[in-house]
Design a protein around this ligand. Sequence first.
Ligand code: ATP
Ligand code: MG
Length: 332
Amino acid sequence: RPRALSGIQPTAGSFHLGNYLGAVRQYVALQETHDAFYMVVDLHAITVPQDPAELRANTRLAAAQLLAAGLDPRRCTLFIQSHVPEHAQLAWVMNCITGFGEASRMTQFKDKSAKQGADRATVGLFTYPILQVADILLYQANAVPVGEDQRQHVELTRDLAERFNSRFGQTFTVPAPYILKEVGKIYDLQDPAAKMSKSASTPKGLINLLDEPKATAKKIKSAVTDTGTEIRFDPETKPGVSNLLTIYSTLTDTTVAQLEDKYTGKGYGALKTDLADAMVEFVTPFRSRTQEYLDDPETLDSILAEGAEKARAVAAETLAQTYDRVGFLPAK
Ligand code: ATP
Ligand code: MG
């Protein structure tokens, strides 16, 4: 079976709709076809200032949401990144084969550091794509299910894997991004030119899956559309409506063409009302399943402990081989 690897940050508490449609939904699907490793990337979460108690709570919460979304610990390996120390260890080696200019070209760093102010941004934020390289290479992953915003980091991973392999001998599988064209970028409901984002969206533009379903319905109903009336998928001239169609289509397993048919002659209001209902139907059981996992922290922690053990077995083998290849003297 090919391997899949991905991770999600425990920064903001609730997952948002973009996280779910762009990434987590694919995690669930790939359990069936891949030997899949999924993790809550707490090491990445400290690249921006964090509150320790909140980080701990949000890490459990992220794991609970992954399970509520459909990850099955019998069919995938679910773990917390910091439970597997090899991530930080391999990241150091990767840092040492990455060019400074190469790292400086990462657009996520440029965006996030610009927002924070250049002197507040940390070196950790700068090298976080290289930690991500280590995350992926440790598991010899073939497929990396992520949203469009992560494509550049997977490309960097491919470059560094090939560089290491050619310098030190075949060591790493060269991975490919697994990005679905339709849902790779879900847009902010109030600003359909921008991606829906944990850290950048305004509350009205962002659908948090754990929010009150009523509040979520309201956000859908007040989503920005355009001055026309026609319900047609056209991201160029109708970005708001097209985003709603993408969301509705994916949530209900209906094609966009079927939706265009269904809403011929109807206004935006009808589409929004129906999508709001579909959202409520989706988030209601998601919230209660998440709560069930949170209410039973012993079960949750034992799932994570088992996951970390399975992950470490793979990660340790890759790291040992890497250390050997670069010329580190083995500890006796
Ligand atoms: P931030 O904006 O702070 O980076 P985020 O919203 O991107 O947060 P992450 O935890 O960084 O959240 O991303 C988790 C996964 O969700 C990644 O694979 C990312 O590509 C994907 N993702 C995030 N936002 C979207 C979006 N709007 N559409 C599709 N996929 C997304
Ligand atoms: Mg992100």
